[in-house]
Design a protein. Structure first.
Length: 338
């Protein structure tokens, strides 16, 4: 049996996960998060006049209650599953980013004619399209996240992410494959719309600034604090910053099981869309008492509860919707003349 292809795939996926600067789990971004977390804990202890001991810092960074929890162990399984089993899931997207983008450009040409090339220097055009695509990513992320909380059928798949009872950077991988598939399509659509309008505006193909095919602004956020959003680090942005950026505390509030926090803070890096659409909750400066997960979810952290049950529950919602629609149409059918 030739297993060379399987070995090559494994190391290829591992390489993209850990060594690509555009990866959401690169060693560089994890190292940056660790450095920021360490500096934060050191500053906290100095501010309180406490001695600095590395054992204390390590215990604060990697609490045993989190490292040994079933939730964290399940997140490790999710990482392996999503990277090595469904690592090519984004290729399943029904929508083609390039096709939609080209279709938008063709429609704009048909409506308004051929555009004139922009007089802006190329680096300005690239900077603008980079910002446009980043904002489009954030809007697509917000809209997908909002839909996943508001539509019961979609919530069954997104609820998997919210069963986490502790938060670590690995929790980012706690997602159902169906959720990932929907997310990929929405992101492809939002990015294609921005790219289509941007390229028509500039009158020529304009490429974003990117690292490893990932928008450079997004790469910056991944390296600065995105990992800390799924953590026990209470770093809260307040004032105007708390209305523009999603701090670690913003996202921890989003995971809270307190009803006053439900359906808040849907953004990824930016809180702008939450602010604009009325779903923003700016966290307090001091840590708010939060608990995560669902106490009434006995199958949490199991294959049945996290991968199989969402499909069964979603099918129930779909059946209910189709039955209700059939009942609504029934009187109309009966009134039709024979």
């Amino acid at each position: 049996m030739d297993i060379s292809a399987g070995i090559a795939f494994f190391f290829g996926q591992l390489g993209k996960l850990l060594f690509s600067l555009g990866s959401h789990f690169s060693l560089t971004s994890l190292s940056a998060a660790l450095a920021i977390a360490t500096a934060f804990f050191v500053w906290q202890r100095i501010k309180r006049g406490r001695r600095l001991r590395w054992k204390t810092i390590l215990r604060a960074l990697f609490p045993r209650r989190i490292m040994r929890s079933r939730s964290h162990q399940a997140d490790i399984g999710y990482l392996l599953f999503n990277v090595f089993v469904f690592g090519v899931v984004f290729g399943w997207a029904l929508l083609s980013y390039q096709s939609v983008s080209n279709g938008i450009i063709a429609s704009l040409v048909a409506l308004f004619g051929q555009p004139s090339p922009s007089a802006l220097p190329p680096y300005v055009g690239r900077a603008i399209i980079t910002l446009m695509l980043f904002l489009a990513y954030e809007l697509g992320y917000w809209f997908n996240h909002w839909l996943s909380h508001k539509v019961p059928l979609l919530w069954e798949f997104h609820k998997v992410h919210h069963t986490a009872q502790v938060l670590t950077p690995l929790t980012n991988f706690r997602v159902h494959p169906v959720y990932t598939w929907i997310f990929a399509n929405i992101l492809a659509l939002s990015a294609a719309i921005a790219n289509g309008f941007g390229n028509y505006w500039f009158g020529d193909t304009t490429y974003q600034y990117a690292l490893a095919d990932t928008n450079i602004i997004l790469v910056l956020f991944i390296h600065v604090y995105v990992h800390l959003q799924h953590s026990h680090m209470w770093i809260a942005f307040r004032g105007l910053a708390g209305r523009i950026f999603v701090s670690p505390a913003h996202h921890q509030v989003h995971h809270s099981d307190n009803p006053k926090h439900f359906n808040k803070n849907f953004g990824s890096c930016l809180a702008l869309w939450d602010w604009m659409f009325g779903t923003l909750y700016v966290p307090a400066k001091e840590r708010e008492p939060l608990t995560f997960g669902f106490a009434d979810h006995p199958d949490a952290h199991t294959v049945k509860g996290e991968l199989v049950n969402p499909l069964i529950n979603a099918a129930g919602h779909f059946k209910s919707l189709t039955s209700r629609r059939r009942d609504e149409l029934a009187p109309v059918v009966e009134r039709k003349p024979i």
